[in-house]
Design a protein around this ligand. Structure first.
Ligand SMILES: NC(=O)c1ccc[n+]([C@@H]2O[C@H](COP(=O)([O-])OP(=O)(O)OC[C@H]3O[C@@H](n4cnc5c(N)ncnc54)[C@H](OP(=O)(O)O)[C@@H]3O)[C@@H](O)[C@H]2O)c1
Length: 326
């Protein structure tokens, strides 16, 4: 196999970002889309110039025109279709949040292990040069001992008819956008927190429309995270250490507009140059390296499991009004 043939499992909005990345990549081609009706699959395939259109997800998985699938379904359906895709012999790039229970994550990991196929979580920002620079700052000790992370992802969800507001489909601001700050903190701190404390505002939709969490990593290290569907778009991350702090204005999305500044202990702030790269390209190239070259995916399933574990602990804490140990 010289190229990876991709199939889109659904006609989700987010595909608009991933399709150009597959086409920009050196070793990928987009060969198919599956939707819940032939009409929708056909019109999507026509619009995006995709050769094969399937009237069901099962039909695409049973076909031999794709090697890998991108799962962009509502959160509640990630586990079922990831497992079905792996069992049908397809490699899987699954959107975040990977799954909504640890039992599902474990079933997904077992399916990947049993089939020997590639499975990884689609956290595009982790592959971008901006995040690699953050990791280098931490690794090289330029920030000193890190004691605090503050990280936010808010946007205003104007439509009330959205999968993000459905409890049955795994909606909620923490699952949707709060998981970015959670994963950011895990990456910088080098692992999951020891214990967490969460606070949520549940709307009449039945899902959290605002979430604030405090994550404790031991040795006095803390991350404060928040997510919201109720306030205008705002993202930010700050990492504070004994030798200085690093601030990003767009850590997760719209990275091409991001300003990254290092404030050393003394001296002038340093404006860090962020190499340009399409935001979704890295996760696609990473899949190609895993499938074609046998490289381990950049985001391991162990890391992914801890993302889900931390979010579940935060929800449990918010519901109980008490700290929860992981
Ligand atoms: N990484 C990122 O940057 C990013 C950004 C946005 C979203 N996401 C993730 O991507 C996933 C999709 O988000 P989205 O906003 O793109 O979703 P969306 O536009 O609402 O699309 C979801 C798709 O799932 C299919 N579907 C199957 N069963 C469904 C059901 N019961 N209700 C609604 N849709 C159903 C539909 O496709 P068919 O009708 O074709 O079957 C629908 O188009 C989520 O997991 C989200 O967290 C990631």
């Amino acid at each position: 196999m010289e190229k990876v043939r991709w199939g889109l499992l659904s006609t989700a909005n987010i595909n608009r970002r991933v399709i150009p990345a597959i086409r920009q990549s050196a070793r990928g081609e987009l060969t198919a889309v599956a939707s819940r009706s032939q009409e929708s699959a056909d019109s999507y395939a026509h619009h995006w110039d995709i050769p094969h259109a399937f009237a069901s997800y099962e039909a695409m998985l049973a076909s031999d025109v794709v090697d890998a699938v991108y799962i962009s379904l509502p959160n509640q359906l990630h586990a079922e279709w990831t497992i079905r895709a792996l069992q049908a012999g397809k490699h899987v790039l699954c959107e975040k949040p990977f799954a909504l229970t640890l039992a599902d994550v474990d079933r997904m990991m077992a399916a990947a292990h049993d089939t020997g196929l590639v499975l990884t979580e689609a956290f595009m920002y982790r592959h971008h040069p901006q995040m690699k620079l953050v990791e280098a700052f931490v690794r090289d000790g330029r920030l000193g001992d890190i004691s605090l992370i503050q990280s936010v992802f808010n946007f205003q969800l104007k439509s009330r008819d959205n999968i993000r507001l459905s409890p049955e489909l795994g909606g909620g601001s923490l699952w949707d956008v709060g998981i970015y700050p959670v994963s950011f903190a895990q990456c910088v701190m080098g692992g999951p927190p020891e214990w967490v404390f969460g606070f949520q505002e549940v709307g009449d939709t039945g899902v959290d429309e605002f979430f604030a969490g405090q994550l404790h990593y031991g040795h006095g290290r803390v991350a404060q995270i928040s997510s919201s569907f109720r306030t205008p778009f705002h993202t930010r991350s700050v990492v504070v250490g004994s030798k200085g702090r690093l601030r990003m204005s767009r850590p997760f999305t719209n990275v091409e507009e991001s300003e990254m500044v290092f404030y050393p202990d003394s001296g002038e702030p340093e404006y860090v140059d962020i190499p340009e790269e399409p935001l979704y390209l890295g996760e696609i190239e990473d899949m190609h390296a895993a499938i074609l070259d046998g490289k381990p995916p950049y985001i391991s399933l162990a890391e992914t499991r801890n993302h889900v574990r931390t979010v579940l602990a935060l929800y449990e804490s918010a519901a109980a009004g008490k700290p929860v140990f992981l």
